[in-house]
Design a binder for this molecule. Structure first.
Ligand code: KG4
Ligand code: ZN
Length: 335
């Protein structure tokens, strides 16, 4: 029998400082997430400079708390995995430096993990992924359809040409006066609204690409027109109408990819994977097509280190470790 492998993961690419220990890429031992949302809320979005400073303040405590919860010492882990990109450069650097320091002092392999690979592997913490699979990545910074024939093999079928879905949710939320991050609130409002506002289905073509900036503008225009006419904007209905269009276009492209690629398994990843209506629609599609599927736990849809440690295990198995020369990358394609 193979020896158990424990990976300590660190994530700091945006506004969450997080550390986690995961066993064999699928079993969570302990995870600590320190969120800065309450600080950035005051500015309507993440302020990179403030985010880096908060990471500096939090990182040591987050790592120590995690080890304590796991009842482990760094000596007990097999490798240190860390998000090296993409993300905010100042934020990434804090996690990466912490990881390098630990790897150096304790003589552990250093594993640089791509943030989106991490998001996808959040599903592995629910049950081991099966291949070939299709992954829908929907977050604040990404909207991508990814085909995987095996672990860590990523073929990007398409992605957004402009705004990411989560970004679009956040901007629409701002139009109706909801604070950052607005995605979860729009999700709740939509559940009680009616799809009464007419909005265009964005980039309804044969490609696997998405475009959300036109939809965002359509929502802003609609709000202005209603205001000029002296009509009160119905927030619930606007949320429901907007969300319906988003879920429809995503569903349509997911179905097409499933048919063309002949997959066995389907996963969703990223912050917007928490969306209730999206989950419903995607589950229905999978059930109709008899495709096995999985969603990450709600707390692991948004940024966390458990997903980084889970993905890190597969990098470890493939010997994808790095020297201390590795640098943070603010933009980096999934590979
Ligand atoms: O994955 P994530 O933490 O950040 C990136 O790596 O980009 O995702 C954050 C995004 C935010 O835009 C947030 O509004 C959105 O995920 N989000 C949601 C929901 N929960 C979070 N969007 C729609 N419905 C939700 N329930
Ligand atoms: Zn993320």
């Amino acid at each position: 029998m193979m020896k158990d492998i424990y990976i300590l993961g660190i994530e700091s690419s945006c506004d969450e400082t997080s550390c986690s220990i995961v066993k064999n890429g699928c079993e969570e031992i302990a995870t600590v997430i320190s969120s800065q949302i309450d600080i950035h809320k005051n500015f309507g979005g993440v302020v990179p400079e403030i985010a880096s400073r908060q990471h500096v303040k939090n990182i040591t405590m987050v790592i120590e708390d995690c080890l304590q919860q796991a009842n482990m010492k760094i000596e007990d882990v097999d490798a240190i995995a860390v998000t090296y990109g993409p993300g905010l450069i100042g934020s990434l650097l804090i996690g990466l430096e912490a990881a390098k320091t630990l790897a150096y002092i304790y003589n552990k392999p250093l594993i640089p993990v791509h943030h989106i690979a991490g998001h996808i592997y959040a599903n592995n913490l629910v049950k081991k992924m099966e291949f070939p699979l299709l992954a829908l990545v929907v977050s604040g910074g990404h909207t991508e359809l990814v085909y995987m024939k095996e672990d860590l093999s990523f073929e990007i079928l398409g992605g957004t040409l402009d705004d990411a879905v989560g970004e679009c949710y956040d901007k629409v939320a701002r139009v109706v006066g909801i604070p950052y991050p607005g995605g979860p609130s729009i999700d709740k409002l939509a559940a009680i609204g009616k799809k009464s506002y007419k909005l265009p289905l964005p980039l309804d073509d044969n490609s696997y690409n998405f475009s959300f900036s036109g939809l965002k503008s359509a929502v802003i225009n609609l709000a202005h027109n209603e205001e000029q006419r002296g009509n009160e904007l119905n927030k619930e209905d606007l949320a429901a109408s907007f969300q319906n269009v988003v879920v429809e276009i995503i569903g349509k492209k997911v179905e097409k990819a499933m048919e063309e690629k002949g997959i066995k398994y389907f996963v969703t990843a990223g912050g917007v994977a928490a969306n209730k209506r999206l989950r419903e629609r995607l589950s229905n599609i999978c059930e109709e097509k008899n495709i096995d599927y999985c969603f990450p736990a709600i707390r692991y849809c948004t940024d966390n280190a458990a997903m980084i440690a889970a993905a890190g295990y597969y990098y470890f198995l493939k010997n994808r470790t790095s020297g201390f020369i590795i640098n943070a990358k603010s933009s980096e394609v999934l590979k």
